[in-house]
Write a protein that binds this ligand. Structure first.
Ligand code: AMP
Ligand code: MG
Length: 333
């Protein structure tokens, strides 16, 4: 088994990261959304290793991470005018843009699609890493497939200790949920996965913004949007009222279990004396706290009861999408 080192993204660690990637190995790194598991996007073997490490289905494509906006155009086959405006407005940042691909990276990155998803992360760690390695980095979230996405270096270590040589530690992720994925191949931009850059923010710049909803039986445009995902390993239940949540907790206690509640700050008063994981008050706070709380629950709870927050608008679309899917509930947003 190899030793997995956790290092800040500076000096020797950046040299090591470059060496590892050039050798076809995989390195985890901090971004402002969640930690990524990165490989040289041009190498078939390195990209396939990412799928193997995660146990990721071979039809779930990866996002290519580059250091700066000017690294995008060599990889894509043209872009509509609104996409240039969106790049200027939101990059670097938590927005992934899907373009027609020029086929310059391994075919395994896009899993047979003719498009390529690209992002320029803003975290200083990701920026230092991408500048140092100086190649396009294919990177999904650094968790085992279907498990909760990692928002600390420790979370990555828990899933991949002994399997990867290096984790570039940038502390806790400030964003907390995965990037917004935006289809930029049509006349109007269309959200494939909700995230921190919201539909409202995109429509402000592009004039309009659609949201893709897969039709039954259709192959989804964003294959990662499978049903159950981001799930903690403990038992879970999802409620829309505090009464329902309280009843489930009492039943679990009656069985000798340890129930935990996951809810917004506004709902805390309903659960005094209970083990509560407080999501916070705003959409941004809930995005930042969600995955860390799911990881805590799987260590400490026998049953995690999620109470759906009542907040709506902005980042809540992304938060509710991830929360519902972690609990195996159909997303209606
Ligand atoms: P992850 O980084 O684990 O959140 O996975 C990246 C996600 O980006 C995938 O699950 C897809 O939903 C999305 N994605 C990546 N490439 C494409 C693409 N070419 N077209 C549409 N969606 C994509
Ligand atoms: Mg993922």
């Amino acid at each position: 088994m190899m030793q997995t080192r956790i290092l800040r993204a500076e000096g020797e660690a950046l040299h090591l990261a470059k060496e590892y990637l050039e050798r076809g190995e995989v390195v985890a790194f901090h971004t402002e959304t969640v930690y990524g598991l990165g490989a040289d996007a041009r190498s078939d073997d390195a990209v396939r290793r990412v799928f193997a490490l995660k146990g990721r289905p071979s039809d779930n494509p990866l996002i290519v991470h580059v250091h700066a906006e000017y690294d995008i155009s060599p990889l894509i086959d043209g872009e509509p005018p609104y996409a240039a405006a969106l790049r200027r407005a939101f990059l670097p940042g938590p927005l992934t843009m899907v373009y027609p691909s020029k086929g310059k990276v391994s075919k395994y990155v896009s899993c047979g699609l003719e498009t390529l998803a690209i992002r320029v992360p803003s975290s200083p760690t990701a920026q230092a890493f991408l500048r140092a390695v100086d190649l396009p980095v294919a990177a999904p979230s650094a968790n085992l497939s279907k498990h909760v996405s990692p928002v600390t270096a420790g979370h990555v270590y828990d899933d991949f200790a002994g399997e990867i040589p290096l984790i570039l530690d940038g502390g806790a992720c400030t964003g907390g949920i995965e990037s917004t994925v935006l289809d930029c191949t049509g006349d109007v931009p269309r959200i494939l996965r909700q995230g921190l850059v919201t539909r409202e923010m995109i429509a402000d710049v592009a004039g309009d913004c659609g949201v893709y909803r897969p039709q039954r039986g259709e192959r989804p445009k964003s294959p990662g949007m499978a049903y159950r995902h981001y799930s903690p390993s403990c038992r879970t239940a999802y409620c829309r009222t505090a009464e329902e949540a309280e009843t489930l907790c009492r039943e679990e206690e009656g069985r000798g279990g340890t129930p935990y509640i996951l809810c917004a700050s506004a709902d805390l008063p309903a659960f005094s004396g209970r083990n509560v994981l407080d999501l916070g008050g705003t959409g941004e706070e809930m995005a930042k706290n969600l995955y860390a709380h799911l990881r805590t629950a799987e260590r400490e709870a026998t049953l995690l009861v999620g109470l759906e927050p009542r907040e709506r608008g902005g980042v809540m679309a992304g938060v509710l999408n991830r929360m519902r899917r972690a609990f195996g509930v159909e997303d209606e947003t």
